[in-house]
Design a protein around this ligand. Structure first.
Ligand code: C2O
Ligand code: CU
Length: 470
């Protein structure tokens, strides 16, 4: 299928956007903005009309780019972002995974920037912050899924001088979208309830680009799942993926394999060193999701698509050992002072128990513990310095990715028997009709913020709650 040009899209209702998007172009990296002398001053405008891989003028982006520019900072830096809202709806900025204050003009999810307005963020990165892969995206409640699926997301990297050099250090940010030449297509109610899935799966805004390599190259791929609701299983044919980090934290030992799994919001860094020439596929499988039984129980997902191809040239080489990256701080082992239990709610009517199927004709409640999000209410209060153990239970028939701002956690166990990683993370997929047990050190920063489902339609529908740490 050749590139037919975006001008023809939308002229017939049945044209899938993917039929017109060029494939096989060389991978493009988003523009990079790097801190100097302890500061990174950035002006970002969120607006429609971003080019997508230079081709499509209908998606939304930051400074005309989707993904937005990659921001590179170091521990101890100040990240100053002047965000201008060029959309016709509220927006704001969340620095997903950064262990920074969630208050004031920092990573504060309660700020809403009105259309046409500007807000100055000042985010102080602690000296002790781990180096790794983080990302930024809008967080204005009610608009998050629309804005992400339209293209608003970017990488945020914390660099550390002690990391070994690699031949190529690549951000691979994965989004999905449904677009016509007129712009992003809004999701219908049923797909919002299940979590929308865009028709196009994109890597750095490109459809099935080619990642070039030479045999013996050591490439670091910073994989970011910025889709609104897909849990992705990424698989590379013929070469090994050495997984060195999860959610911006270096793993105590790299795990070698050919597959990595990422829930929405998760990141993983892998090292790839191709030792023989050839062209192989990097594929992305989307885990099936099931909506509530009374919605017909339709499953979506389950397909595997080519995300990119890796094209390697050069003579075959003997495999060589991979370098070791400095391990991140080990999770705190102090005693836990408090246990809590939270429950995902996806039920009919208001005030019914989690997962109950009440009388039809009422709205469905998405929330925690039977209540939808209310920014004015504080749902949990924790003491600064405490280490808590949380059991997040999920009585619903679909898995939900649980995300807590500001305070990353260690996953102690889940009902699916997922192996533990020995490091902190900030999103965990809680299995359908299952649970996950987390150990959360509230030992870093005080403040009030949120936890939520990272299926962003669920978050917009109310599956979010507040926590104050003081
Ligand atoms: Cu990436 Cu509150 O989310
Ligand atoms: Cu959810």
């Amino acid at each position: 299928v050749g590139a037919t040009g975006w001008a023809t899209l939308g002229t017939t209702a049945t044209t899938r956007p993917s039929s017109g998007l060029p494939t096989g172009e060389p991978l493009a990296l988003p523009p990079e903005l790097v801190s100097r002398q302890g500061r990174l001053d950035v002006a970002l405008t969120a607006a429609p009309g971003a080019s997508l891989a230079g081709r499509l003028a209908a998606s939304w982006g930051y400074n005309g780019s989707s993904p937005g520019p990659t921001l590179r900072v170091r521990p101890g830096d100040v990240l100053a972002v002047r965000l201008r809202n060029g959309l016709d709806q509220p927006t704001n900025l969340h620095t997903h995974g950064l262990r920074v204050s969630p208050e004031g003009d920092s990573d504060n999810p309660f700020i809403h920037i009105a259309p046409g307005e500007t807000f100055d963020y000042r985010i102080a990165i602690p000296d002790s912050h781990p180096a790794g892969t983080f990302w930024y995206h809008p967080h204005a409640h009610g608009h998050v899924a629309d804005q992400l699926s339209a293209g608003l997301a970017g990488a945020l990297l914390v660099d550390d001088a002690s990391e070994p050099a690699v031949t190529a250090d690549r951000v691979l940010l994965i989004t999905d979208t449904t677009l016509t030449s007129a712009g992003p297509v809004a999701a219908d109610t049923a797909s919002r309830m299940a979590g929308r899935q865009g028709e196009l799966l994109l890597l750095n805004g490109q459809h099935q680009p080619v990642i070039p390599a030479t045999t013996g190259d050591l490439q670091r791929w910073r994989l970011i799942n910025a889709t609104t609701s897909r849990t992705l299983t990424l698989h590379l044919d013929a070469h090994q993926l050495a997984r060195i980090a999860l959610d911006g934290n270096t793993l105590p030992t790299a795990t070698i394999g050919d597959t990595v799994r990422l829930a929405p919001g998760n990141r993983t860094d892998v090292l790839v060193r191709p030792d023989r020439p050839g062209t192989v596929a990097l594929t992305a499988g989307t885990e099936p999701r099931r909506a509530m039984g009374m919605m017909g129980g339709a499953a979506t997902g389950g397909e595997t698509e080519v995300l990119a191809t890796l094209a390697t040239s050069g003579p075959a080489q003997a495999p060589s050992a991979l370098p070791t990256f400095p391990a991140g701080p080990a999770p705190d082992t102090g005693a836990t002072s408090r246990a809590r239990r939270l429950t995902f709610t996806m039920g009919m009517g208001s005030g019914t128990g989690p997962g109950e199927t009440g009388a039809s004709g009422q709205g469905m409640t998405f929330g925690f513990d039977g209540r939808a999000y209310d920014p004015a209410r504080t749902d949990q209060a924790a003491a600064l310095g405490a280490i808590e153990e949380w059991t997040v239970t999920n009585p619903t028939p679909m898995a939900h990715p649980f995300h807590l701002h500001a305070w990353p956690f260690e996953v102690l166990a889940d009902s699916a028997g997922t192996p533990t990683t020995g490091t902190l993370q900030d999103v965990v997929l809680v299995p359908a009709r299952g649970w996950a047990r987390l150990r959360i050190p509230f030992t870093t920063v005080p403040g009030r913020s949120v936890y939520h489902c990272h299926i962003l339609d669920h978050e917009d529908l109310g599956m979010m709650a507040t926590i104050a740490v003081s």
